[in-house]
Design a protein around this ligand. Sequence first.
Ligand SMILES: NC(=O)c1ccc[n+]([C@@H]2O[C@H](COP(=O)([O-])OP(=O)(O)OC[C@H]3O[C@@H](n4cnc5c(N)ncnc54)[C@H](O)[C@@H]3O)[C@@H](O)[C@H]2O)c1
Length: 431
Amino acid sequence: MKPVKVGILGAGGFARAFTPLFKAHPLVRAVSIAELIPGRRREEAALAGVTEAYGSLDELLGSDCDAVAIFTQRGLHAPQAIAALRAGKHVYSAVPAGTTVEELGELVETVGATGLTYMLGETSYYYPSTIFCREMWRQGKFGRFVYGEAEYMHDMSHGFYQAYQHSGGKNWLRTAGVPPMLYPTHTVSMIVSVTGARLTRVSCLGQVDQSGDGAFGRGLNPWDNEFSNETALFRTSDGGTARINELRRVGHWGGRSVRLSLFGTEGCYEEQPEGDVWVNRSREVTPLNDLLRCVPVAEGDRKAAGEPTDSTQHDFYSGMAPVHPIWRLPAELASRPSGHHGSHHFLVDDFVRACTTGSLPPNHVWAAARYNLPGIIAHESAKREGEVLPVPDLGDPPAGSARLEDFLAKLSPAKPAWNLPKPAYTGQPWW
Ligand SMILES: NC(=O)c1ccc[n+]([C@@H]2O[C@H](COP(=O)([O-])OP(=O)(O)OC[C@H]3O[C@@H](n4cnc5c(N)ncnc54)[C@H](O)[C@@H]3O)[C@@H](O)[C@H]2O)c1
């Protein structure tokens, strides 16, 4: 396998957590950085120990990198990914994949036409809860899908104002009022990546923001968006239903802010702030905390690994949970802190291995469209006070594509490396 050279596009807070992982991967021969802001470019390159730095996407595309990893502001990803693919580069993209139906259509077309690797860096895909549910689904333990609910609760006061200020420059407030449903991939992917069904129709309602913070409201942002909270109910292609919450003004504690519950005819997974359980029709109740909790990364360990310890980046660094398939990671990655509930390592490894093996990563562009389009249409429905709208679909990967999962399965015969714990009790609860 020929190692790849990766160009990091956008040296903001999120890229800072990923650049060291790309650098550490044994199948990455070199890493470069492109960043528009000169001071930030110098600082982040020095922090990451990267010596090759560029001032624009065009300069990066003119260089000899094989792949571009996009960590720019959320509205820029699809056009930049399309430009990179057209320049012959593989693409890793932070979420979202795109923010309009049209640009997602063009992205899918471009990936199909170029035959290059495109992967969405969807952190929720490797959350312990999602990994657990995918395996229970594969084993048939859920039975038929009934209902799923996923939510991303992130109050604006919990780091979002600072993040938008860092991202948006002097006009940052105009970017902060983005419709919550234009950032739907964390939640939608949790359900869609487990059951494999699509979200086909939607009715969504929004809540008009009352805070007066100047971000949400008619005429205040490019989307003319007044909703800081949006709730959508979807029909799924397997006959079930799914509820997605994207909440940005909510008195929630801020921990475990992306979460999932999934209900089947035979068994259910419920994620609660203080404990996750597997329950089934035989009335067995199995607490999952030991299996699904990530080991926290101590500040000392982060410093020792050369990671920044800025408290606003709390989510960006975490350990792994027993449910994570650590066996598949190169040792050079496994020894470093991960982030977002252990997901970062797997995303980097998926992408690099997909590029070097020519196989399709799980979060390929067709999956990315199925994570993304439901939110775009949901926001349209919210603007029409819940009118039921069809969600378009951009199809499946080409038949016969080699899949990365098949390649990884050959790396270890012992899969999964965990068993469902014994039920804590059977029958009605004491209360
Ligand atoms: N859990 C997750 O998946 C997760 C978490 C955090 C952020 N994100 C995503 O990551 C992305 C980056 O977030 P962030 O907080 O680091 O943003 P940021 O604004 O701090 O960083 C983006 C950087 O990209 C640079 N940039 C933009 N266009 C460029 C260009 N053409 N050439 C070179 N540089 C360019 C900007 O100057 C900026 O420094 C966002 O899209 C966000 O949605 C995802």
